[in-house]
Design a protein around this ligand. Structure first.
Ligand code: RB5
Length: 146
């Protein structure tokens, strides 16, 4: 799958920068990753990178997006400002699964300061593998969001 990924400086926080590890993991799984930045630990504003990732998803350069910030919250708020984006901040395997099955989430948001790296990778795996259920009530609700 083609994935657009992005983060703010939290993605490169020492001593274990998560963003490069997440990208390497996604590539190991066979995904094609477009990294929209940021690329280092210098302080930046998360809405700028949410915008780049959402644009890539909306114009078809990527099928889905993955965003990382300190909590995942700022990225999810920023991403959901973009019409057609359904961004889900996930902290448990059930949230990752249900955001796909019920909400057809097209952007996954993760929190560097909330989750272990292993949990981030597990959530990404689940989120990428889980299809939208396509159930009538879920389609209707997703359609109502435009
Ligand atoms: C940046 O320090 C932090 O505020 C940001 O990464 C994010 O957690 C915001 O929601």
């Amino acid at each position: 799958m083609k994935l657009a990924v992005g983060c703010d400086h939290a993605g490169y926080e020492a001593p274990h920068p998560y963003m490069p590890a997440i990208i390497a993991h996604l590539e190991r799984l066979g995904h094609e990753v477009i990294h929209m930045g940021t690329h280092g630990s210098e302080s930046v504003d998360y809405p700028d990178f949410a915008k780049l990732v959402c644009a890539a998803v909306l114009d078809g350069r990527a099928e889905r997006g993955v965003l990382l910030c300190g909590t995942g919250i700022g990225m999810s708020i920023a991403a959901n400002r973009h019409h057609g984006i359904r961004a889900a901040v996930c902290a448990t395997p059930d949230m990752a699964r249900l955001s796909r099955e019920h909400n057809d989430a097209n952007v996954l948001c993760l929190g560097r300061r909330i989750l272990t790296l292993d949990l981030c990778l597990e959530l990404a795996n689940i989120w990428l593998e889980t299809p939208f259920s396509g159930g009538e009530r879920h389609c209707r609700r997703v359609e109502k969001m435009g």
